[in-house]
Design a protein around this ligand. Structure first.
Ligand SMILES: [Zn+2]
Length: 364
């Protein structure tokens, strides 16, 4: 693991000072997570698994996503895409001024001109003082379910800092429908109510996802995503519905076991669906060790959309589907199976490598 330098000046960073304690902590963890070039895979599922391995029960993907938005908002981190690799990446501007060690190969592609995709996060960034006004106006009370967490007698700034992870700031009219981070368009939601709000960004494809307005929003929901999903996706219905962050009816009809997601049974059902298309071994029995492995993976990566996006790449991989000649004395070509997707090698889960496009085409 790399050792990184954190300078004293981090405590005097005016940018970080206007972010939440969670975002400040995320920033420091991110420094150790980035490769030697200050770049990292910014998929919140992967970040959560890597940065909070002992706190998977306490830190949600929404927490990580919100923290990332804050760091982009204060320009501590920038997001970019790469034509050759799927997904969205992040980098630290000015990394070279702070970190010297560079002895490994870059894990993430180099950001090029025109590759940056910060708009999604920037439009959702709510500066600290505005957040404070919303906390004060909404009286530390969820505007959906009415639950409140008050700290009587504690000064506003202190109470807001202490409760910054308890509440989320929600855009009433979604940004994609013209809603902006203004006092009128923001409201306080508790963690539970916010988690029910559909996701607005698909980190696997770098696609902004439209969501319908909250109950009081005036504008009609959009019907199409800003960018169309990859045409090579073999289960387009699932991918479309993923944008609404709910298991699609089409998938539930076809794979009834998916209803229990996240569970080893649902993961097996999803695997079998993909394996059938790719001509790979189906799982017929769920042994205790297989169940343990599946549970361990699902604790790290809970989002079914992450799994479908990653597994959907398998049929297109020459290597994983046994279409590459065997090497190193093996008599048969390698073929991926359920145990392989639940395994990790050299500290990186195979599902993450899949997500990152490592096995696309003929690569191995
Ligand atoms: Zn609530």
């Amino acid at each position: 693991m790399p050792n990184r330098i954190i300078k004293e000046s981090v405590n005097e960073s005016s940018g970080l000072a206007i972010t939440s304690p969670f975002a400040q902590d995320l920033f420091k963890r991110l420094i150790t997570y980035a490769d030697d070039y200050g770049r990292f895979n910014s998929h919140p599922e992967i970040m959560r698994a890597r940065l909070y391995p002992l706190e998977l029960d306490a830190v949600t993907v929404q927490d990580v996503e919100a923290g990332l938005i804050e760091l982009v908002g204060v320009e501590k981190v920038r997001l970019y895409e790469n034509k050759g690799r799927p997904g969205v990446f992040g980098y630290f501007p000015g990394w070279d001024e702070h970190q010297r060690v560079r002895h490994t190969r870059a894990r993430c592609p180099e950001p090029g001109t025109g590759d940056e995709v910060n708009d999604w996060a920037l439009q959702r960034f709510v500066p600290m003082l505005l957040r404070r006004r919303i906390f004060e106006r909404d009286k530390f009370k969820c505007q959906e379910c009415g639950i409140s967490h008050k700290m009587p007698g504690v000064p506003l700034a202190e109470a807001q800092r202490a409760l910054s992870s308890v509440f989320h700031i929600d855009h009433i009219v979604p940004v994609l429908q013209g809603g902006r981070a203004t006092e009128e368009n923001l409201r306080l939601l508790c963690r539970r109510c916010n988690a029910k709000r559909p996701k607005t960004f698909d980190w696997s494809t770098g696609t902004a996802v439209p969501r319908s307005a909250a109950s009081c929003g005036e504008l009609p929901p959009e019907s199409n995503p800003i960018r169309i999903q990859s045409e090579s996706n073999p289960i387009p219905k699932a991918a479309d519905a993923a944008m609404a962050n709910e298991l699609p009816a089409a998938l539930l009809d076809r794979i009834p076991e998916m209803k229990s997601w996240p569970s080893p049974e649902a993961l097996v059902a999803l695997w079998n669906d993909i394996a059938r298309k790719a001509g790979l071994p189906l799982v017929t029995t769920l042994s205790a060790s297989r169940r343990d492995n599946a549970n361990r993976m699902l604790r790290q990566f809970k989002d079914w959309q992450f799994w479908t996006a990653s597994l959907s790449r398998i049929p297109f991989s020459q290597f994983l589907t046994g279409r590459v000649a065997p090497t190193n004395g093996h008599s048969k070509p390698f073929r991926a199976d359920f145990d392989w997707i639940c395994a990790k090698k050299d500290g990186v889960e195979n599902i993450v490598k899949l997500h990152d496009g490592k096995y696309d085409e003929g690569e191995r």
